[in-house]
Write a protein that binds this ligand. Sequence first.
Ligand code: GLU
Length: 617
Amino acid sequence: MPSIAREAARLGVATSAVLAVTIAAPAQTASAGADPAPARTQVQTAAEPPKVPTATGSGGAVSSVDPYATRIGLDVLRAGGNATDAAVATAAALGVTEPYSAGIGGGGFFVHYDADTGRVQTIDGRETAPMGMPEDAFVDPATGQPYSFSDQVSSGVSVGVPGTLATWQRALDRWGTRNLSSSVRPAANLAHEGFVVDQTFHDQTAANQERFSQFTSTRELFLPGGSPPPVGSTFRNPDLAETYELIARRGPGAFYRGALSPEIVRTVQHPPTTRDATLPAPAGYLKRSDLTGYRVLDRAPTRSGYRGYDVFGMRSSSSGGTTVGEALNIMERYDLASMSDQDALHRYLEAGALAFADRGKYFGDEAFVDVPVRDLLSDTYAAERACRIQPTQAQAKPVPAGNVDDYDGRCSTPNTGSTRDGDTEGLSTTNLTVTDRWGDVVEYTLTIEQTGGAGIVVPDRGFLLNNELTDFTTTVYPVPESDPNRPEPGKRPRSSMSPTIVLDDGEPFVALGSPGGSTIITTVLQMLFNRIDRGMDLEQAMAAPRSSPRNTSSVVSEPAFISAYGTLLGAYGHQFASTPEIGAATAIEFGPGGSVTAVAEPTRRGGGSAAVVEPAP
Ligand code: GLU
C-alpha cells in the first residue's frame, strides 16, 4: 500500500483529505544506507491548498505560514492527535515547504500549555556551539580580522549542533500521544510528492542563488538546471523524504548517533564547495561527540503580568520572554487605551528601546551568564525604566541600559551607561500555533537562522544546515569578556524567538509568535499592544502595520506604519526607516465554550494558513 494511503488508513481519514494525488509508493527497505531513491516521475502533485488567513470554530486549530503544513497538522487533530502531535507533524511539514526557514538542520523553542494542569512549560531546542570551537573561530587567519558577516553566514563555522529533531522527540515524550515515526511520515510523503512552488519560495531561492550555487549539494537540490524552480512548478525533495523515513524507522538516534551523524560532521568540516567557488566557506568544528552530547533543555517559562493577563514566554537561551515582558511592564505604567495613537505609540516605541538596551547589556546563555531575569521582569525595575520616558519627546537612541543592581522605581538612580546598537540576526524562521479539542496549546518557533541558513545542504539528505552561531557577537575580535553573548564552546547563542502564551485567570486567552530575528520581539509585543490596548481584534492586531523599536536611531517600520504615523511621531522626535514587511506571525485566540479563532498573516510572506477542526457555521 502506498505510504500515504497507509497513513490515511491509520489516521482513519480519507486519502483525499491528506493529499489529493496519484502517487507512487516510495521504495522502503530495512537498511537506511541501501534505500533506493524514490521514483520522481510517476507522481502528480495536488494543487496548493487554499490559504485561509482566519478560521473560527472549535475542536482544535492550527495556524502556520504554509497551507500544506497547516493541513497536515489539522489531519492529525482530526484523527485524535493532540496539540503536541499536530505541532510536530506541522513542523516536519514546514521542513519540506519552508526549507529555508526551518528544518532538522536547525533549532527552536517549544512552549506548551497543559489544559489538565494549567501549567505552561517549555523546551529549549537551541543550537549549541561545538565543544572544540576555538576563541578565534570567526577570524580569517589571512587578515587576523573577523570574516565579513556574509562570509560567516555561508560556512561550516556558523553551524551549531541542531536541536530540532531532539525537540520533537522531547515534546512527544512529554506531552504527545503519537510517536515520532507517525509524526514525520506525512511530511515524508509531502517531500516525496512535492509542493507547488509559490512566489515566496521562488523569490527566496533567487535571493540566495549566488551562494547556493557555490555548494554542490545545495545547487543540485534548490537550483535544478541552474535556476530557481519556477512559480507553479512542483518541487520534490526525495532525499528529505528518505531522511524522514530513516528517522521514522530509527528515531532521532539516526541523526545524533547513526547514519546521518558522520555525514553532518563531514559537511560542516568540509563544506562541499564547487570547484569555482569564490566564498571562503570556513570549515566548522562540529564533531560526532557534539551530536551525541546534544540535549534539549526543559525550562520554566518567563512570566509577567500585563493588565490582568499572565504572559508566559521563553527564557534563556532566548531573550524573547524577558524583553517582551520588560517592555510590557513599562507600557503597563500608562493608560494606553485612553491615549491618542500618537501618545500610545510613542510609549510603545520608547518601551521597546529601553527593553532592548537591557537585552544587549544583560542577556546571554544562562548556563554561562548570570541573567538578572527577576530584575528585568520586576515592576519596580520597569517603573525605574519608565522614568526615562518623556510625554512628548523621544529619547536619543541608542538609550543606555538600566542598572539592575540599584533601582527603586522612583527615578532616583542613574543609568549604567553604554549599550550596543543593532544586531546581525537574520529575518527568517517560522512559527506555528496549535490547540486541540482538550484545550492544550502549543506555540513553537523554529529556525535555521538566515533565510537559507548556512546555505549548505547535507549531501543527499535534503536539508540545510543552520548558521545559528552568527547570533553570537562574531563581527568584532576579540569579543570583550563583558559581552554576555560572546561565542564560547558549548554555549547557546542569544535568540529573539518569542513563542508566547497568554492566560486569563488560568485559561488560555491568546497564543502567538513570529519569525523575523530581533523583530520577533517587537512583533509579539506590538500584537499584544494592538489586541489588549488598542481595541483591535486578533485579525486586526495581526494585520496592522508594524514598527520595530529596537533601540536604533531609526525605527525600522513598514511603509503603511510610516504613512499613518510617521508625521505624528516625527513631531515627538522619532525617526523611521522603511522595510517592506516585518514578520509572518501566527496566533490563536480562545473564546468561551471551546471556541477558537486561528489567525495567520493575510499578506506578509505570501500569506499564511489558519484552519479549525470544526468550522463555525
Ligand atoms: N536566529 C534568530 C533567533 O534565534 C532567528 C532568525 C530569524 O528569525 O530569522 O532569534
